[in-house]
Design a binder for this molecule. Sequence first.
Ligand code: ADP
Ligand code: MG
Length: 323
Amino acid sequence: MTLSEFDLIERFFSDCGTPRDDVILGVGDDAAVLRVAPGMDLVATLDTLVEGVHFLPGTDAQALGYKSLAVNLSDLAAMGAEPLWATLSLTLPEAAPDWVDGFRAGFCSLAREAGVRLVGGDTTRGHRAVSVEAKGLVPRGMALRRSGARVGDGIFVTGTLGDAGLALRALRDGLPVEDLAFLRARLDRPQARVAVGRSLRAVASAAIDISDGLLADLAHVLGASGVGGVVWLQRLPLSAPVRHYLEAGGDWAIPAAAGDDYELCFTVPAANQGALEKLLGGLPCPVTRIGEITDGAGLRVLEPDGREFRAPRAGYDHFVRDA
Ligand code: ADP
Ligand code: MG
């Protein structure tokens, strides 16, 4: 059975996420009308996932629905913004109700959990692709940027690194790993660090979310801030499966450069380290100091034996092919 475009929108997307008083008009008109609280800045972000590029054909619809929103919440988290509203563009080869229902379940459950309302979108036929735009608010002038890091600031990350990257190696290349269920959940259901981002507003000097791999994303912060940095690989926070993978001779590129972590990387000036320590107990995940901002340009990455680490490639670029 297939549904018409309008049946599909009505059935699956007209009541998705948390109902909000600031949604004056949601799904069903030509555009949504959203009320922005006074004294706040509007923060907007969009991410697209294309089948065959960002997810494998046959990927579970529910996992995809969840992740398509989660990656956007992660971008808002990195700005210190509170996510409130989302729009969704779905391009599908056919209107298969089971697939759309699974997608909706993943997307709308996270929207509800995050206090976000789906307020509109677009539905078209074509090669399977999902675009989500998320919008949120931050107190005026308080958005965290990539450009604020200064010499002497500490470099920190949330959570653990490399879990999603190791899951991908296991699923795609058949690499044997410990606790694939845990790693896979980290790949399919990333936890956007929204609460952390919010509490960093007055503490961090710069922030970014790690989507392309720590070293690539940290390099964006250094470039935008016009500074250099040093990172010690032995300080990277690791889950047990990734630690054991490395102890067995695994590749440091997994925690340092593999993508899809959706943790936050941020910098904190020495003057704010006390304020950061006060926050730590109240945060839902560990925060680890992995390096320091230096003068000059570029990132130095040191292996446990003090040798300079050479990443195989710096993150993912859609328009630059692998050498
Ligand atoms: P228009 O032709 O004016 O763009 P559409 O027919 O595309 O309107 O959409 C009708 C309504 O349904 C709009 O409010 C739009 O935001 C909403 N909508 C369409 N597709 C989706 C979707 N996938 N998720 C949520 N809302 C959607
Ligand atoms: Mg439309």
